[in-house]
Design a protein around this ligand. Sequence first.
Ligand SMILES: O=c1ccn([C@H]2C[C@H](O)[C@@H](COP(=O)(O)OP(=O)(O)OP(=O)(O)O)O2)c(=O)[nH]1
Ligand SMILES: [Mg+2]
Length: 166
Amino acid sequence: MSRQPVDVLINRVDPQVPLPSYGHPGDAGLDLVTTEAAVLAPGERAVLPTGVAIALPDGYAAFVHPRSGLAARCGVSMVNAPGTIDAGYRGEIKVIVVNLDPRESVRFERFDRIAQLVVQQVEKVRFHEVAELPGSARGEGGFGSTGGHAAVGNGFASVACDREGQ
Ligand SMILES: O=c1ccn([C@H]2C[C@H](O)[C@@H](COP(=O)(O)OP(=O)(O)OP(=O)(O)O)O2)c(=O)[nH]1
Ligand SMILES: [Mg+2]
């Protein structure tokens, strides 16, 4: 049984901007566009306006995620991925894009889709300070404690590094 959509108020800061929309019915993310054209040199970043502001219901947040097609084709990501849109934020949603391609510039035209917005329910917490936390199977192990690192010298230098244990 499919759930009812959540009603979200939206304001077009740019009157011509298309409303964020799902590419397919089952998609998690609504595509966001840039209202400004931009060119990013390799390694360059920019804060791009999306032309929309929203008012999320209390208990929700929206997360701005990169688009995988742009990442795979052009090396474009977001500096702060995923960006967090608080329920109380009433300003224009902005996207902090970065061109991670080492050689090629990337050009965005007005209304190109640059990111996607995922709306989720978020919990509020109340901390209870204790002297000792309850035990668990993982304990304090982290940062690669389960192993499975890519071997060095197999030709895939991008997935191996010499900083293990540091
Ligand atoms: O990719 C993003 C991330 C954030 N925001 C907006 C909405 C969010 O509610 C607000 C603050 O974001 P965040 O809390 O991540 O930034 P901060 O540096 O902690 O700023 P603040 O001190 O205003 O919380 O900025 C965006 O438009 N795009
Ligand atoms: Mg903050």
